[in-house]
Design a binder for this molecule. Structure first.
Ligand SMILES: O=C(O)[C@H](O)[C@@H](O)[C@H](O)[C@H](O)COP(=O)(O)O
Length: 245
């Protein structure tokens, strides 16, 4: 697995969203068959999603061929404002292409474990195999934000999910960070199965955790690496003082 990561400094949140949109579209353009993007939840991607809904970007995406997944979701109904894929649909997917190929985690399943099993089946059906293959990544691009404790998706430091390598998706019964609801999350191996893993780090409230990441602390955010390229897009406000890249 590629250990290298690229840290790109951008001036601010607007520039970060534009840079992320260009990288996402570049990965989509590189896949002339069925580009697959794994979205993330939380607030970090919102400006990016809204940008993708603008004419300048939506026209550059082959909506009939592109497929959209989510790296984790809160186990709440799609109608709940905490639902990550519902946020993405509201921010751009529904506006851009009502026929968008959206693969949401089924949060109306009986419980998070059942939702996880159903999503494994959906991912493996799309992938055409129950085996991850370095030569044929599951995703073209995986978007990730980083929580204040260094979590990515719903893989929390010190919790069992970060160590899981034999299952693609897991139920996470309890989150110890807001929102305190059960989750369903991809594990590190499928998240790593991508041409590019793109972290979005914007704003002063990311400075502390980014400092811990750059210091090499053993955090989920440092364990998450693409088998292809791992890129951290950081705006100036998020970069620790003096840490210019
Ligand atoms: O379900 C979620 O909340 C996300 O998948 C989560 O992993 C998020 O990316 C981080 O918590 C950062 O959240 P912010 O972008 O809101 O800072």
């Amino acid at each position: 697995m590629a250990e290298h990561r690229t840290i790109i400094e951008v001036s601010d949140a607007v520039a970060l969203a534009a840079a992320a949109a260009e990288r996402l579209i570049k990965q989509i353009e590189a896949n002339t068959e069925r580009p697959a993007i794994c979205l993330t939840g939380g607030s970090s991607p919102k400006r990016l999603y809204e940008l993708l809904a603008t004419d300048a970007y939506r026209k550059r995406i082959p909506w009939q061929r592109a497929h959209w997944f989510i790296g984790d979701d809160r186990f709440v109904p799609e109608s709940d404002p905490l639902n990550n894929m519902a946020m993405a649909k509201g921010a751009f997917l529904d506006a851009c292409a009502p026929v968008a190929n959206v693969h949401a985690i089924k949060t109306d399943a009986a419980n998070p474990d059942e939702a996880a099993s159903l999503y494994v089946r959906e991912l493996q059906t799309f992938h055409g195999s129950d085996k991850l293959d370095a030569a044929k990544p599951l995703f073209d691009l995986v978007l990730l934000g980083v929580g204040p404790d260094g979590h990515v998706a719903s893989l929390f430091p010190g919790y069992p999910g970060i160590e899981v390598s034999d299952r693609w998706v897991i139920g996470v019964p309890e989150a110890h960070v807001k929102p305190f609801v059960p989750r369903v999350s991809l594990t590190l191996p499928p998240l790593a199965s991508c041409h590019e893993m793109l972290f979005l780090m914007s704003g002063a409230d990311k400075r502390a955790i980014l400092g811990r990441v750059l210091a090499g602390e053993d955090l989920p955010a440092n364990r998450a690496r693409s088998r292809g390229e791992t890129v951290w897009l950081c705006d100036r406000a998020a970069l620790p003082e003096g840490d210019s890249v």
